[in-house]
Write a protein that binds this ligand. Structure first.
Ligand SMILES: C[S@@+](CC[C@H](N)C(=O)[O-])C[C@H]1O[C@@H](n2cnc3c(N)ncnc32)[C@H](O)[C@@H]1O
Length: 410
């Protein structure tokens, strides 16, 4: 069977399952890698029908074997050194000015861990001796994390293009290096999918590196992942993305440094940016309409459009305002009422599910995510769903899929 044509339905289903779990664009999923896995299953005596049956369950062993086969784990120490220089010279001093008493970093999509250890070394070298530092590295690929935990690397992890900026490792002979104990002690690793919220127990971060990961994602999955990342930042915290991964400033953030740095800072309470992070709509009016480009600079009268936004979005916005004010209990009550009244309003289902998850009530989040998935599946994937931000239905489906599948990944 190994040289024979494969059933196209099987490969199509394999692609769909991999895309739903990873958020990858179709052209980022290697057909060759999928075929290799399928042929290996055939060589163990399994039939196409058997494999198709298993792939009806996106959380099956086969689904994760396929996912592992398409992941790309290329990484090295101090990759994109400008990020580490910025953290050391600008980010850490700013955090200290804000009064931070400890600093936490997250390497999101860390592969074999070089990025997480580089971040830990950078923070330690930029802070007074003994200042509390913690760094978390997460990835979908468990085998990569095992390499990370071993903390021993070969020459492939060191590149000319990325100098050793801070003390990080010692040579241990045989052209290998071992991460310094002081760096290793503050760095931990856990499996996680960037399309699912990071469990609350991991806390919040001052610096997040998510580089060379989102480049494989569909636009909707990338936006979903960035939203989740930004929710785990402390106010004033910095998110660093890889080059060409986003072409606009993520909601709720402002750009830091030159555009090519791809560094974004989460706004603090009461801080505003233009455009505003969330469409803050005064009750009874939409946001002012932008003036045509050719208009003279004379102050244009603010046009107040009488039409009100659809009721669910308004209620949702009031819940978001409560969340921003720290009133999560009030926000939960508002969202529960909203979900009862408008069970087809997808952003409300997602918001309430995430709120439940953050408060540790996973048993309440799961049915909401299931309802979200079944409703999102009924819509054309590219249909924009009205809400505080108009997002395509595929965003909601991908978010629910990733959340519901994550139990099998932990
Ligand atoms: C090219 S490596 C980048 C490593 C490191 N961030 C860097 O820039 O050097 C991409 C990593 O992202 C991980 N990854 C891909 N999709 C993911 C997802 N949905 N959730 C978590 N990790 C993911 C892959 O397993 C891989 O290890």
């Amino acid at each position: 069977m190994s040289g024979a044509e494969l059933d196209p339905r099987l490969l199509t289903r394999a692609r769909e399952v991999v895309a739903a779990i990873t958020g990858f664009r179709d052209d980022a999923i290697s057909g060759e890698a999928l075929e290799r896995v399928v042929r290996a299953e055939f060589s163990r005596g399994r039939s196409a029908g058997d494999l198709l049956g298993e792939l009806l369950h996106p959380s099956s062993t086969l689904a994760f074997t396929l996912v592992r086969a398409v992941l790309v784990g290329e990484t090295y120490f101090f990759r994109q050194p400008e990020h580490f220089r910025f953290i050391s010279q600008e980010g850490v001093p700013a955090a200290l000015r804000r009064g931070s008493l400890s600093l936490r970093g997250w390497s999101a999509g860390c592969a074999t861990g070089e990025e997480a250890y580089s971040l830990a070394a950078c923070l330690q070298a930029s802070l007074p001796h003994g200042f509390p530092v913690e760094v978390l590295g997460t990835d979908l690929h468990e085998a990569s994390l095992e390499v990370a935990r071993r903390a021993t690397y070969g020459s492939w992890s060191r590149r000319e293009s990325a100098p050793k900026l801070f003390p990080l490792y010692v040579e241990n002979g045989e052209r290998q290096v071992t991460i310094l104990p002081v760096v290793r002690r503050v760095t931990t690793f856990a499996q996680g999918n960037l399309l699912a919220p990071l469990p609350e127990r991991f806390g919040r971060f001052d610096f997040i590196l998510c580089r060379n990961v989102l480049t494989y994602f569909t636009p909707a999955a990338r936006d979903a992942a960035i939203t989740l990342l930004s929710r785990t930042l402390n106010p004033g915290g910095l998110l660093f993305l890889g080059a060409v991964e986003v072409d606009r400033v993520p909601p709720g953030m402002v750009r830091e440094g030159p555009p090519e740095l791809q560094a974004f800072r989460l706004l603090g309470p009461g801080e505003s940016a233009k455009p505003s992070p969330r469409p803050r709509v005064a009750v009874g009016a939409r946001a002012p309409v932008a003036a045509p480009v050719a208009r003279p600079a004379a102050p244009a009268p603010v046009r107040v459009v009488q039409a009100v936004p659809p009721a669910p979005s308004r209620v949702h916005l009031s819940a978001l305002e409560r969340i921003e004010e720290g009133d999560e209990v009030g926000a939960t009550a508002v969202l529960e009422a909203l979900v009862r009244q408008s069970p087809d309003y997808l952003p409300g289902l997602l918001e309430l599910a995430l709120l439940r998850e953050r408060s540790g009530a996973r048993e309440a989040a799961v049915p909401l995510m299931r309802a979200l998935r079944s409703r999102a599946e009924r819509l054309p994937p590219d249909q924009l769903v009205d809400g505080p931000e108009a997002l395509p239905a595929r965003f909601y489906q991908a978010s629910a899929d990733a959340y519901l599948n994550q139990g099998t990944l932990e």
